[in-house]
Design a protein around this ligand. Structure first.
Ligand SMILES: [Zn+2]
Length: 48
């Protein structure tokens, strides 16, 4: 299974993601810690 990193748009393997965040009941996966940090700062900007 692959999920889309909402910050950079990369496809991320859910099992190998660098980090996850839950926002409004949905889990988001990130390719690296920097993308997760950007998302956590302003999740409303990236969440769809
Ligand atoms: Zn990313």
């Amino acid at each position: 299974m692959a999920a889309k990193d909402p910050v950079c748009g990369m496809m991320v393997d859910e099992k190998r993601s660098a980090g996850t965040s839950v926002y409004q009941g949905k889990t988001y996966y990130f390719c690296n810690a920097g993308c997760k940090a950007s998302f956590d700062k302003n999740p409303a900007k990236f969440a769809k």
